[in-house]
Design a protein around this ligand. Structure first.
Ligand code: SF4
Ligand code: SF4
Length: 132
């Protein structure tokens, strides 16, 4: 795999301004959205106690709410299972902590939280230019 396709944390995402998960032990379970079944209805967002579900805008920048989906920030999820119980389309699965990271790569097809190194590089260059 080339370095351009390696996914890393998007340090510019607004989720990084939210509080991190409290507690020393990682949760036993973490939630992962199977985005191919997600309708972007946002029901899961309303029930998340730690605000760890993020919208991924649709492909058209002129109409970002069309064909949007959600993704879950594994760094903040506390594994409460609200979202997996609330989703009307049963498209959120709870995984054991370590398995969730593997499942994420297969089920989270569109992400704003984790992006390619190449994309982060472009965003960094743009912010540097704007900051001048
Ligand atoms: S399991 Fe709970 S904390 Fe994690 S994303 Fe779902 S609602 Fe939020
Ligand atoms: S409740 Fe289910 S279908 Fe609706 S946005 Fe959340 S994951 Fe997608």
């Amino acid at each position: 795999m080339s370095t351009e396709n390696k996914f890393i944390e998007n340090t510019f995402h607004t989720a990084r301004l939210k509080p991190l998960r409290k507690g020393k032990k990682p949760p036993k379970l973490l939630a992962v959205v199977h985005q191919s079944g997600c309708t972007g209805c946002e029901v899961c967002i309303a029930g998340c106690p730690v605000d760890s579900i993020e919208l991924v805008p649709g492909p058209n920048p002129e109409n970002p709410s069309f064909q949007q989906v959600v993704e879950i920030d594994l760094a903040r999820c506390i594994g409460c299972q609200n979202c997996s119980q609330d989703c009307p389309w049963e498209t959120i699965t709870m995984y054991h902590h370590d398995d969730a990271f593997t499942a994420w790569s297969g089920e989270t097809e569109k992400s704003e939280l984790y992006i390619t190194e190449e994309k982060l590089k472009l965003m960094t260059e743009k912010s540097t230019v704007l900051g001048k």
